[in-house]
Design a protein around this ligand. Structure first.
Ligand SMILES: [Cu+2]
Length: 574
């Protein structure tokens, strides 16, 4: 995929129509992949920062659906976030909704489903917002996208009952069957150079489970963007990218390792691009483990091949490299291999010239897994597993006091309808911090005052890493267990991202300013962990929401009503 947009200095309105429907991207596949516009991944959406995106989303599935615009701040448009049960009702089959929001911030973003693990089933695509002024443009002549993901031979609706099951007490995540990059499986992704010497690659990890290590044989990778923050170029041999993180780097072909030849003869005409799954992150030995639901009839491997080889074609003939893929990769000079998953040594291009405000509030989040009363392994944040709202488990009515889980009353609507009756306790001083501690209603809804500067301490008791994403905000990463020195080394100039990988049996500390009233998810982005309940919601200032003039739009009310009619007609229990 190559970006195509041409430069403009005026803010534009960009109209897109996205159809959500199933299709079969591979002639041999029997899995009805959930897609946008019958494409996997979905089509590239591009805009300039400050443009208005008007996106009509039509649901042609036979179940409700939605699309979340990952990385978009949605300042002043909290109803456009696409989070079912939080910012909107789901779009029922045959219905549609128009999303309208400002394209900000600039950077490498993406869109994906946010209901029923439709994202796992293929519902995602790239969303690139170009800055008006692009200082990084000096580094590259060509701009490409790698959208990588896990491929499952089965639909998530077949896998979830196996995953959330007393017979899976350890909570083993369904192992993926293959790695797919831009629709291609290993050894079938060809990237012709097409005369460019310096190429930017935007890597988007759209996987539901896997972290990958990315490298290109014989070339240093110069990182220039993490999530949607531009950075000072940082040269690496390889880097790891966890679920929903984005990393942009450029390569300069004049830097190709001089001895990268075949047995001393002429240099190779192509190079392997390596997307290596990190085997230590899986709960089982996936090279040998065949889960009981796998069946031989599938055309793709029923065991995981942990290395996806793409081919960078230097002469654009798409010939395969003249050296074996197993050859050792030379260690490059002037390039490092980052030791932490969040690559905190990478420095933002724009210094935080106004400094970073001190925290005014504190929110500790304890991450655990445990079996529930039915013996099912579930995820807990502060001892609560999220079984409502985003997980689409409805209740029947909405009392006047307290937040409820109601399929037809998203949290944002409840904030507007009963701003003073959300049933969330006031701030408290607790032993862990001198700052007031953010409280919840005991059902994962945390009330945050307007413009509070909140330090979130994510304390992970689990033996796996968890990539947490915050909707509606970017945050500063202060430090992690892997790099505790970052707190003072980079004091006053922390990097901003919208994903933080919390290390296994470790912690991460982030800070954000609650300047965007609305209901915003904070959750692990591994789909299986979301389904297991690793979600909470930040309820940011209902008073400010109303004083900024928010009212529930008629089309959103109509959508909730249409969903109710659909569910009633189809006998969905409510
Ligand atoms: Cu997780």
């Amino acid at each position: 995929m190559t970006t195509t947009i041409t430069s403009t200095l005026e803010n534009c309105t960009i109209h897109e129509t996205l159809i959500i429907d199933t299709f079969f991207p591979y002639s041999t596949s029997i899995k009805p992949t959930v897609s946008v516009n019958y494409s996997f991944p979905g089509p590239l959406i591009e805009a300039y920062e400050g443009d208005t995106l008007v996106i009509r989303v039509i649901n042609r599935l036979n179940v409700p659906s939605t699309i979340h615009w990952h990385g978009m701040h949605q300042y002043g448009t909290p109803g456009m976030d696409g989070s079912v049960g939080v910012s909107q009702c789901a779009i029922p089959p045959g219905d549609e909704i128009i999303y309208e929001f400002k394209a900000e911030p600039a950077g490498t973003n993406w869109y994906h489903g946010h209901l029923l693990q439709q994202h796992t089933d293929g519902l995602f695509g790239p969303l690139i917002i170009h800055p008006r002024l692009n200082p990084s443009k000096q580094y590259y002549d060509s701009d490409r996208i790698f959208m990588l993901s896990d491929w499952y031979n089965n639909l998530s609706s077949e896998l979830i009952p196996w995953f959330l099951n007393p017979n899976n007490p350890a909570g083993i995540e369904p192992p993926p069957d293959a790695i797919v990059v831009n629709e291609q499986f290993t050894q079938s992704l060809f990237v012709p150079v097409l005369g460019a010497m310096r190429i930017r690659f935007r890597v988007i990890n759209a996987a539901p489970l896997s972290m990958y290590t990315v490298s290109i044989d014989g070339l240093p990778l110069h990182i220039i963007e993490l999530d949607n923050t531009e950075t000072i170029p940082y040269s690496v041999n390889s880097f790891s990218i966890h679920v929903t993180q984005r990393v942009s780097f450029y390569i300069d072909l004049s830097e190709l390792y001089p001895n990268y030849t075949v047995s001393g003869s002429s240099p190779t005409n192509s190079l392997f691009i390596r997307f290596q799954a990190v085997l230590s992150m899986y709960a089982v030995d996936i090279l040998n483990y065949i889960p009981p639901y796998e069946q031989a009839r599938y055309p793709y491997p029923t065991f995981f091949t942990p290395l996806h080889l793409g081919i960078l074609s230097l002469d654009s003939t798409n010939s395969t490299p003249a050296y074996p893929a197993g050859n050792p990769i030379p260690t490059l000079q002037n390039a490092v291999t980052p030791f932490d998953m969040n690559i905190l040594a990478v420095r933002p291009l724009d210094r935080n010239i106004d400094g970073i405000p001190n925290a005014t509030h504190y929110l500790p989040v304890l991450i655990t897994f445990a079996q529930d009363a039915n013996g099912i392994n579930r995820a807990y944040l502060n001892n609560v597993t999220f079984t409502s709202d985003a997980n689409y488990i409805p209740t029947t009515h909405e009392p006047t006091e307290g937040i409820t889980s109601d399929t037809y009353a998203p949290l944002l609507h409840q904030m507007a309808r009963k701003p003073n009756q959300l049933g969330i306790p006031l701030l408290r001083i607790e032993p862990e911090s001198q700052l007031p501690t953010i409280q919840s209603d005991g059902n994962s809804h945390y009330l945050i005052p307007y413009e509070a500067v909140v330090d979130i301490y994510l304390n992970n008791t689990d033996v796996g890493d968890h990539p947490f994403h915050m909707h509606g905000f970017t945050f500063w990463i202060i430090a992690t267990l892997q790099y505790p020195e970052a707190e003072y080394l980079y004091h006053g100039n922390y990097i901003r991202r919208d994903v933080i990988t919390v290390p296994a049996s470790g912690w991460a500390k982030i800070r954000f300013i609650a300047n965007n009233p609305g209901a915003w998810l904070l959750h692990c982005h591994i789909d299986w962990h979301m389904t297991a309940g690793m979600i909470l919601v930040l309820i940011v200032s209902p008073e400010q929401l109303l004083s900024e003039g928010y009212t529930i739009p008629q089309d959103q009310k109509d959508l909730c009503h249409a969903l109710q009619v659909f569910n009633t007609n189809n006998g969905t229990v409510n």
